[in-house]
Every structure is written in structure tokens, then in C-alpha cells.
Design a protein around this ligand. Structure first.
Ligand SMILES: [Zn+2]
Length: 215
């Protein structure tokens, strides 16, 4: 059986299977112990040994799954339907754009990317998913306080607001293949992430363009 370090995060879903969040092994064990795990649908990733039960003299052993469905109040409905917009932060923004500069299309490390406002804040642009892209420093400097049209620069992909399931995926630090496959089934059919993920799961190379240009 394949085994992972306990630093591997577990994907928690609600009882209907809607993705909720990443949890660490402590939270996972707590959910098992408090009998909030309705069912596990991923593979077993590690075994956590707990304390000795004073009554039975037995050591508790919890076999933690990569994906666990849990009981309880979740608010998943509002997040998985309607006009949910996840919080905007650079790490998930850069992952949305496949760590490519959306102007020169070259790959960069997260530390070498910046958040570009397509319509600059100085021209009334807003700090929202649809108005921001990953840009390398050089392209961002070159663009300055202009729109792409004013700077004669073209976006290589159209920005999008991640759905909740897409956001969970983008937030994942190290997403296992079965977790990825699971999240993928919750993405909209039109999600630009499909192409990237199927490439990853097929063991293929990541396509150069993270997101198709839908113009
Ligand atoms: Zn660039």
C-alpha cells in the first residue's frame, strides 16, 4: 500500500460529496474519533496511532483516507452554486494561471510573479478575479498604468473566477491523483482547468498555455 507523510492533506467533503476544504491529519483524526466521517472515498494514505483507551486497554488506530465525507453543517450549497466568488490571493491566482505570465506566456516561480490589474486600479479597475492575471515583473513594468490595449499587449488567456471546487484545487499544496480526479468531477464542464489536469493525470507534460484563449 502506498503511504504518505502525515503532512499530506485530506480532502473533506460534505455528506453529499461536495468538496469543502483541505484538512490536516489532526482534524481528520478528530473527525474519525467523533464519528463525523460518513464514508471515505479516497484511498488510505496513512495510519495514525493514538492513545491507549483506559477502559479497553486498546490503542486507537485510525486509517486516514485521502477523501472523507463528513456529517454536519457545511454551507456547501451556497458555495457550490450561485455567484460564489472565492477570496483573491496571489498564490491561488498564480496557480489559476498555471504560473505563467499572461502576457509573455513564459513560466515563472511564484516569487517572480506579480498581480497585474488588467484595467489598472488608477483607471477604475477592480481587484477581482476577472480583472487580475499573473504577470512577470518585466511585463508588469512594461504595461505600467495602462490597459492591455493602451500598452499594445495581449493577454494569452482570458481570466476566470474559480468556482468553489476549482478554488479548493488551486489551494491544495500537494494534490494526490485521486483527490485531483475527484475535484475534477466537480468542476464546470467549461473549466479551463480540465485540459491542464487531464494532462497531469495522464502523466503528460503541462500544456504551455494554462487557459485557452476564448476570444
Ligand atoms: Zn511576462
Amino acid at each position: 500500500m502506498e503511504r504518505y507523510s502525515v503532512s499530506q492533506e485530506v480532502l473533506r467533503t460534505d455528506v453529499a460529496g461536495m468538496p469543502l476544504e483541505w484538512i490536516d491529519y489532526r482534524d481528520a483524526v478528530r473527525l474519525y474519533h467523533t464519528e463525523q466521517v460518513a464514508y471515505a472515498c479516497g484511498k488510505s494514505i496513512y495510519t495514525v496511532r493514538g492513545g491507549i483507551n483506559a477502559l479497553t486497554g486498546l490503542r486507537s488506530v485510525v486509517d486516514v483516507s485521502s477523501i472523507i465525507a463528513t456529517h454536519g453543517n457545511t454551507h456547501s450549497l451556497e458555495r457550490n452554486t450561485g455567484n460564489y466568488s472565492p477570496p483573491l490571493n496571489n498564490r491561488t491566482l498564480f496557480r489559476r494561471d498555471g504560473n505563467l505570465c499572461m502576457y509573455c506566456a513564459l513560466p515563472f516561480r511564484t516569487s517572480d510573479l506579480t498581480r497585474d490589474h488588467i484595467t489598472p486600479l488608477s483607471q477604475g479597475g477592480r481587484d477581482v478575479w476577472m480583472n487580475v492575471v499573473a504577470a512577470c515583473r518585466r511585463c508588469n513594468n512594461h504595461k505600467g498604468g495602462k490597459t492591455p490595449e493602451q500598452a499594445a499587449m495581449q493577454l494569452v488567456a482570458v481570466p476566470f473566477t474559480p468556482t468553489y471546487a476549482e478554488y479548493i484545487y488551486l489551494k491544495g499544496r500537494r494534490v494526490l491523483a485521486d483527490q485531483m480526479a475527484y475535484l475534477l468531477t466537480h468542476f464546470p464542464r467549461t473549466s479551463p482547468l480540465h485540459a491542464r489536469l487531464s494532462g497531469l493525470m495522464g502523466g503528460g507534460r503541462q500544456p504551455v498555455l494554462a487557459v485557452p484563449n476564448r476570444r
